[in-house]
Design a binder for this molecule. Structure first.
Ligand SMILES: [Zn+2]
Length: 193
């Protein structure tokens, strides 16, 4: 369950046009803005309130991802179309980086348009499975702490500042944080299995 793509699209069309095992992550029919807002029955995520808890949740994810990356065979996919633990962690590391920039822009700009980011493409271009797990763990720690510091420094009313994704979906910093933290938790659940 690793929808690298953010936008909702017609998965039935997508599947019928795919050769078998062409995608590193299994399609998911869910629009991830919904479970991030309403809670996700698959991973148990509920939006973090009060929002002051967001920074700590990001910091707490560091130790869990480090533990995942110390497991044997981290670069082995359990099935050809399911990401390895290393790939999941690289994916969430990139999410932390991309979303940090988004929040910085939403904080400083007036309703910025947030460029799309395709996690599937990033996984291929970034050659996730060839990375050194120890350096990924270190990079994850750096990125998660940077993001946590950003959230910890937000003024109270900044959580309501807005940005628009390229597909028209409008977020506040608070709802983007929900979306982001759901990605972290859902993929941790995938990788800790
Ligand atoms: Zn979930």
């Amino acid at each position: 369950m690793a929808p690298g793509r953010e936008q909702t699209y017609d998965w039935a069309v997508e599947i019928s046009h795919q050769p078998a095992h062409s995608t590193p992550s299994r399609p998911d029919t869910t629009d991830w803005t919904v479970p991030s807002a309403q809670g996700c029955p698959q991973c148990g995520f509920v939006p973090i309130r009060p929002l002051s808890g967001v920074a700590r949740r990001l910091r707490d994810s560091v130790e869990r991802w480090q533990a995942v990356l110390e497991l044997p065979d981290v670069a082995v996919r359990p099935e050809p179309d399911v990401w390895s633990r290393l790939e999941y962690c690289c994916h969430v590391l990139d999410i932390n980086r991309v979303f940090t920039v988004r929040v910085e822009r939403m904080r400083s700009e007036d309703v910025p348009t947030l460029e799309g980011w395709d996690g599937e493409v990033a996984a291929v271009e970034g050659d996730y499975n060839a990375r050194d797990p120890r350096s990924v763990a270190s990079d994850y720690e750096t990125a998660a702490h940077r993001a946590a510091e950003l959230f910890a420094s937000l003024e109270e009313d900044a959580w309501h500042r807005q940005g628009v994704r390229e597909d028209g979906k409008r977020f506040t910093i608070a709802t983007l944080a929900d979306y982001w933290l759901h990605e972290v938790q859902h993929h941790l659940a995938d990788a800790e299995r």
